[in-house]
Design a protein around this ligand. Structure first.
Ligand code: FEO
Ligand code: CA
Ligand code: CA
Ligand code: CA
Length: 659
């Protein structure tokens, strides 16, 4: 059976189960015990009342009052916002979705994108072929309709590569062995597997299909010409020997999450760009800034074959990465633009909203331990009637960083050269200096150090903003503060921001922790899911998220499977309103070794796109390689490695997903 014929199956599982079931269905979990029940059974109500479980568990999850409230909530309409039967599937080699839904692999690493692209042959891959095919490690997914919810453009990031899973005969490759097996040819394939893809897709009777030979089809790689725009463009620190003007970059790197603008462009965010730049820090300019940005790294293979990735040969090249890139997906010949006004850091995503005053607001996390949450507000208003008028509005605006005060109030502090400590004496002689070293500038402003800020989403129904804080296992007891309330925070938490007066450009906001993640039945974890959450419903390590048309929050996880949580990553619905607030419910799960990315709903909520990233990656001591992978999802064909893929989830019989 070819991989193409697998695509036409609504769902694919290995071996006998594939013949048994077209759709993966969960056993009905509606009577699964809640965590409150589990804990009560384990410890007994008297122990609960005596407080033997510790303050965190009692106040957070299992107090009799909370239990009673949760039981009321479970019986009320509020929890009925996520009425699907909860997914209970165990961790295994494939994907699973809640009963009543269909999960269909839409496109996988190596599938043709450009017209005339060769078919995938993982044992005879070339950079030329890869540059025409779907890239590796799909992360952000955005859907831009062409004519309604059943036909449009899918824009997908290709964040990074897994050498050990991509290339036969190479064995495990890592920083530890200096990527010793990486030849020039393999590095060039990797460069072609990075960046992003635009594909045209259509929904028909057989489900979603890629439209072959589309005029919109595009691959962006680590070598695609990209323009630097905004205040830092052309300045000295962005000039290199290949680009003395400091305005023309080759490629984008480590594009993690992103966003779609109301004027139909794709915002794609460079995250861990530092991993690609090798060399020695000694002798390089601005060593403090380099240290803060983790530059250079010692072991990257790309610098062995491409001088621009060797910082001792081309010290400014790394300054040209770490930006938000705006791409017009309707014009494959258009030059993508790196918007320097939005700052340089490890951008996770680009959640956005048109503010009540018409200005465009983008919220962003800087994904590293102890880094910050940012907000960008354009100077110009969005012109809804004339999309072309918005073409360059991201080049002028105010970047600000969040301060979360212990009393539940907060403040956005603008990163503007000349204001406060952002002076030449402190190393910020121009706005370009501020934007290139945003992290340093943010520290001068007293920004709150967070537990790895990942995705941020705005709930358009309520105006509240959700910040995924994925984890920070090295925060110490002395570093605990209310917005980051746990030392050794291995499971992460979610912070909810309420802008003052519903104004996303306001200086002030209020905040509270929506939920501390992890297993609430283990008191030491200190998790705070509502007691109505079942044993399948809790999760750790929130990463990407989405808010659907009904204002429901959906959270995708990364790293939830590590240790012995007994689950893989996936998607959970999280109630944010009413007495059920803080209740989570499991909806979708990825194969072992994978992380869950890209949750994105069509405007009518009838399709939910998710991205399965790095299926079969080594974890928990299981070294997984091309020749000995822990899963061969989605093809399950001998000799074929696991393939990162985008999955389209729909409701069997139609209707809104997750109902
Ligand atoms: Fe690429 Fe922050 O995840
Ligand atoms: Ca990722
Ligand atoms: Ca992420
Ligand atoms: Ca992550």
């Amino acid at each position: 059976m070819s991989s193409e014929s697998f695509r036409s199956q609504p769902f694919f599982v290995p071996g006998a189960r594939a013949r048994e079931a077209g759709d993966d269905v969960a056993t009905n979990p509606s009577d699964a015990p809640t965590l409150g029940d589990v804990v009560a059974a384990r410890y007994g109500r008297r122990d609960l009342l005596k407080g033997l479980l510790g303050v965190a568990a009692i106040s957070a999850t299992v107090s009799p009052l909370a239990l009673a409230a949760a039981r009321r909530a479970a019986a009320s309409d509020e929890l009925a916002r996520f009425p699907f039967p909860e997914l209970t599937a165990p961790p295994d080699e494939t994907i699973h979705v809640a009963e009543g839904h269909r999960a269909q692999v839409l496109i996988s690493w190596g599938d043709p994108v450009l017209p005339g692209a060769p078919a995938f042959d993982p044992k005879a891959q070339s950079a030329q072929a890869q540059a025409q095919q779907f890239g590796y490690n799909n992360d952000f997914v955005g859907f831009i309709p062409l004519d309604g919810p059943d036909h449009g453009l899918l824009v997908v990031n290709h964040e990074y590569t897994n050498e050990e899973l991509m290339f036969p005969g190479l064995g495990n490759q890592s920083a530890k062995n200096g990527f010793s097996g990486m030849t020039r040819e393999l590095v060039d394939i990797e460069m072609a597997a990075h960046g992003g893809a635009v594909i045209e897709i259509r929904r028909g009777p057989e489900g979603w299909q890629v439209v072959p030979g589309s005029k919109y089809a595009r691959r962006i790689t680590a070598e695609t010409p990209i323009m630097l725009t905004g205040p830092a463009a052309g300045t000295e620190k962005l000039r290199t020997s290949a680009d003395p003007d400091g305005r023309n970059v080759k490629g984008m790197l480590n594009n993690c999450a992103g966003g779609v603008t109301p004027w139909g462009t794709w915002l794609t965010c460079e995250e861990n760009f530092n991993y690609y730049f090798s060399g020695k820090r000694e002798g390089l300019p601005e060593p403090e800034m380099l240290k803060r940005y983790g530059l250079p790294t010692s072991a990257g293979a790309w610098g062995r074959y491409h001088d621009r990735f060797d910082m001792n040969k081309e010290p400014n090249e790394a300054n040209r990465f770490g930006w938000v890139v705006e791409i017009d997906p309707f014009d494959p010949a258009s030059t993508p633009k790196k918007r320097t006004a939005m700052g340089r850091f490890k951008h996770e995503g680009a959640a956005n909203v048109v503010n009540t005053d018409g200005r465009f607001v983008v919220y962003q996390g800087d994904d590293q331990k102890m880094e910050h949450v940012y907000r960008f507000v354009t100077d110009a208003k969005v012109d809804a009637a004339n999309p072309a008028a918005n073409r360059d509005i991201l080049d002028a605006g105010t970047l600000a960083v969040a301060v979360f005060r212990p009393d539940g109030s907060g403040e956005w502090r603008p990163l503007v050269q000349g204001e406060g400590p952002l002076t030449a004496e402190n190393g910020f002689a121009s706005q370009a200096d501020v934007l290139i070293n945003v992290r340093g500038a943010a520290s001068h402003l007293g920004a709150t150090k967070m537990d790895r800020p990942e995705d941020v989403e705005v709930n358009p129904k309520t105006g509240k903003v959700y910040v995924m804080l994925t984890a920070n296992d090295t925060r110490t007891e002395a570093e605990i503060e209310p917005a980051n309330p746990r030392a050794k925070n291995v499971f992460g938490h979610i912070v909810e921001i309420t802008p003052a007066g519903g104004d996303h450009a306001a200086k002030d906001f209020a905040w509270e922790v929506l939920v501390r993640c992890g297993d609430p039945s283990v008191a030491e974890v200190g998790a705070t899911f509502s007691p109505a959450t079942t044993q399948h419903g809790w999760f750790g390590n929130p990463d990407n998220c989405a808010v659907d048309g009904a204002g429901r929050l959906w959270v995708a996880t990364d790293g939830n499977s590590r240790g012995s949580t007994g689950r893989t990553d996936g998607v959970w619905g999280v109630e944010t309103e009413g007495p059920g607030r803080g209740t989570a419910k499991r909806f979708f799960s990825v194969p072992i070794g994978a992380e869950m990315c890209g949750p994105y709903f069509t405007a009518d909520d009838t399709t939910f796109f998710v991205a399965v990233q790095h299926p079969g990656e080594s974890e928990d001591g299981r070294v997984s390689t091309f020749d000995d992978p822990s899963t061969r999802w989605p093809d399950f064909k001998d000799g074929t490695p696991p393939r990162p893929s985008v999955v389209a989830i729909t409701r069997i019989g139609g209707g809104r997903v997750g109902t």
